[in-house]
Design a protein around this ligand. Structure first.
Ligand code: ASP
Length: 324
């Protein structure tokens, strides 16, 4: 068991999916690792300074949202109408307070909008126009216009998906191709847990579709008694299987360890039914689990020693004794 007073941990993801190594250039791969490292460094600075897990996960997610390589904030994917609708959530394991937004386009950092819902409203989840009005009231920083969020890669991905639909070509069933998300979980020096998740959702989704990321207990969850979880994957499955809460429930009621519970849900349950994706999780003991059931997940972690670890494919952090 880790001595929580002297230690802390932050784990992040930048989305899971079919990440084909043959289409990844060395430059791109380097840029992904650098993006993950920047997010770890931002969160680490908070935790090393004695800051709260909630602030660390917010800082890490903001860094990933600012990076157009990842599907959240800048770089969010487009829906079938060629618009972006973003979802985000935060949860504080101290008292299970939570905040989320869905279907927003405007906040540069949707995670800040989610956090404002948690801290400055009586609600947990605000959507669409109402969420945007709240953001304006609360002076959440907004992009000047939608072009801030535009990336040619996401636009091209939408066009190719729309073309596939038009031509009547069968979906190859590989939902993993279409998604991505960013998220972070942390335990701070005081032993408190927090989780944050932010996403553009899935390419060519129906306007109005909301994924698992802002659904507390599905894509995001934190409770000091068990664990903090941030998920990425085919959101409909993660909602139906209440993934993040299911992991906490297995720990609480079945006495599972974090890694055992996370693998049971992601690998043994979602894997066989085609619910592609993965998640990052930390528990009240400072243990970590980063399972996924597809070919890759952008991910990383840092502990109090300040050494950042990042990975994309199926490399396992065996030497460090961390399940992946
Ligand atoms: N889970 C997200 C959603 O369904 C997408 C992803 O994580 O890739 O909206």
């Amino acid at each position: 068991m880790t001595d929580a007073r002297n230690s802390f941990v932050l784990a992040i993801h930048g989305g899971a999916g079919t990440i084909d190594p043959s289409r990844m250039t060395p430059e791109r791969e380097t840029a992904y690792h650098a993006g993950l490292r920047a997010a770890l460094t931002a969160g680490y600075a908070v935790l090393a300074d004695g800051g709260a897990a909630l602030d660390a996960v917010t800082a890490a997610v903001m860094s990933l949202e600012d990076n157009p390589l990842f599907n959240a904030g800048r770089g969010a994917v487009f829906n079938a109408d060629g618009r972006q609708e973003m979802d985000a959530a935060v949860m504080d394991g101290r008292d299970r307070s939570a905040g989320a937004v869905a279907g927003v386009l405007g906040p540069r950092n949707p995670v800040l909008a989610a956090r404002a819902v948690m801290e400055r409203s009586d609600h947990v989840l605000l959507i669409g126009e109402g969420a945007m009005a709240f953001c304006r009231d609360q002076k959440i920083p907004l992009a000047e216009d939608a072009s801030y969020f535009f990336t040619p890669e996401r636009w091209a991905a939408l066009q190719s998906e729309l073309e596939r639909r038009r031509s009547g070509q069968a979906d190859d069933g590989d939902q993993a191709r279409k998604h991505g998300t960013v998220g972070a979980v942390a335990q701070d020096r005081n032993g408190n847990l927090a989780a944050a998740t932010s996403t553009g959702g899935m390419t060519a989704k129906r306007p109005g579709r909301v994924g698992d990321s802002p659904v507390i207990g599905a894509g995001t969850y934190a409770d000091n008694a068990t664990c903090a979880v941030s998920a990425t994957g085919h959101g409909e499955f993660f909602i139906r299987y209440a993934v993040a809460h299911e992991i906490a429930a297995r720990m609480r009621w079945a006495g599972h360890g974090l890694d055992e519970a996370a693998h049971a849900v992601v690998v043994d349950t979602l894997g066989p039914i085609g619910g592609s994706g993965g998640l990052v999780a930390v528990d009240h003991r400072g243990s970590m689990s980063l399972p996924f059931n597809c070919s890759g997940m952008y991910r990383g972690f840092v502990r109090a020693d300040g050494v950042t670890h990042t990975a994309i494919y199926r490399e396992v952090y065996r030497a460090l004794g961390i399940g992946a």
